[in-house]
Design a protein around this ligand. Structure first.
Ligand code: 5CA
Length: 161
């Protein structure tokens, strides 16, 4: 574990402080790029990993952020019902341009633009969660209540079932 955070992880740490949260970004030497990597590194269940997935509305081009459990797959049809238009996975360049971060390290907060955000109801059942913190080896621990408050996300059922 590094004591000095990389620039992108520090940006997330600064944003957490700015928002008034006493939460600590941890950066590992090893990858936490995927939910599986992150759960293995942290020693938590995959369900406790917050995936921050960027989608793009097909007609308007508007970005949407879905915060979902590492255990779930997003049902894009459920999201389309809410956005009023179909959505697709965003390409890496679009993700970087609207968040300021690269895929594998997208945090739930601190993006370079304001993004409509939806929160997977399944994340609320865990006592504690882990989200990406700006790089593919940085994470931070938080409660579902904190995640909801800091993102002002709308809680929805997102999973494929
Ligand atoms: N650091 C981890 C755990 S917190 C993390 O960021 N996980 S994630 O799920 O939020 O981000 C990785 C996800 O990015 C993968 O599940 C995958 O669905 C998505 N992804 C990976 N490559 C691409 C790509 N080329 N285009 C769009 N999405 C991608």
């Amino acid at each position: 574990m590094n004591h000095v955070l990389s620039l992108s992880a520090q940006k997330v740490q600064d944003q957490l402080v700015h928002l008034g949260y006493n939460l600590k970004v941890i950066e590992f030497q090893e990858t936490t790029r995927t939910s599986t990597d992150a759960a293995a590194r942290i020693g938590c269940t995959i369900g406790q990993i917050v995936k921050s997935l960027i989608f793009k509305c097909r007609k308007s081009g508007k970005p949407v952020l879905i915060l979902t459990s590492g255990a779930n797959r997003v049902d894009v049809k459920k999201i389309a019902d809410l956005t009023g238009e179909p959505i697709d996975r965003a390409d890496p360049e679009f993700v970087r341009s609207i968040t300021g971060f690269a895929i594998g390290g997208i945090p739930p907060i601190g993006h370079s633009t304001l993004i409509d955000t939806y929160l997977d109801e399944d994340l609320l059942k865990y006592e504690t969660l882990w989200a990406a913190a700006g790089t593919p080896n940085a994470v931070f621990e938080l409660s579902p209540r904190e995640l909801h408050a800091m993102t002002s996300a709308r809680i929805i059922r997102v999973k494929e079932e």
